[in-house]
Design a protein around this ligand. Sequence first.
Ligand SMILES: Nc1ncnc2c1ncn2[C@@H]1O[C@H](COP(=O)(O)OP(=O)(O)OP(=O)(O)O)[C@@H](O)[C@H]1O
Ligand SMILES: [Mg+2]
Length: 223
Amino acid sequence: MPEPVLRAAGLARSYASPAGPLSVLNEVSLEVRAGESVSVRGSSGSGKTTLLQILGGLDLPDAGKVEVLLPGRGLCPPRMALGRGVGFVFQNYQLMPELSALENVALAGRITGVPSDEADRHACELLGQVGLAARADHLPSKLSGGECQRVALARALVNHPTVLLADEPTGNLDERTAEEVMSLMLGVVATLGTALVLVTHSREFAERASRRYVLSGGALSPA
Ligand SMILES: Nc1ncnc2c1ncn2[C@@H]1O[C@H](COP(=O)(O)OP(=O)(O)OP(=O)(O)O)[C@@H](O)[C@H]1O
Ligand SMILES: [Mg+2]
C-alpha cells in the first residue's frame, strides 16, 4: 500500500463569536495516500475551507495534529511543508495581477530557492502541461477564468507537492470550463502521482475522486 502523504488526527477548531465559541470542526481525522484523490462536500459554512487551511498549514487547529510528507524529510508539520509538500488551488485563483502567467508560476518556485533559470524552465513545462504554452506572457487580466485556474494549477504543482489541496477550484467557472479544468486537474495529478484533496459543491466532480466524504456537524463521514 502506498505511504500516507497527509495524516490528520483528532482535529478540532472553533472560532470566537459574539455569541460564544463557534465550533466548526470536532474530531476530524483523515489519511491520504500517494496517488489518491479525496473529495469533501458539505453545505456552505460546514467548515470545508477551515479544514483545508488547517491541512495545508495556513491555520492551526485548537486540538489534533496534521502531518504532510516532505520528500527527503518524512512526515512534517504542514507549516514546514508549505510551498513544497503542499500545493493550493483556490476558487478565486489568487494570481499576482502584475505578473505574467509564466512569472506567477516561476515565482512560486523561486521563493523556495530554485534558481531563476530552472524555475522558469519548469514553469514553462507546467504551462505546457496545462495547455497554456501560448499564453505564458499574458497577465491574469488578459486570461479567461478557466485559463487563470490552469495557471494557478501549474503554480500549485511547481514545487512537486506530495498533496494538492483544492478549495472549490471550479466554483467561479461556467459548466463547460469547470469540466475542462476538473478533467485537467484530475489528469495532471494522476500523471504526477500527486495526492488530491478536493473541496467541491458538485456531486458529479466529487464522485470522480477515489474516496468521497461529506463534512457535516464538524465531522467527516464517508459519502
Ligand atoms: N476567521 C473566522 N472567524 C470567525 N468565524 C469564522 C472564520 N472563518 C470562518 N468562520 C465561520 O466558520 C464556519 C465555517 O466556515 P468555512 O469558510 O470553513 O465554511 P465552508 O464550508 O468553506 O463554506 P463555503 O461552502 O461557503 O465556502 C462558518 O460559519 C464561518 O462563518
Ligand atoms: Mg469555503
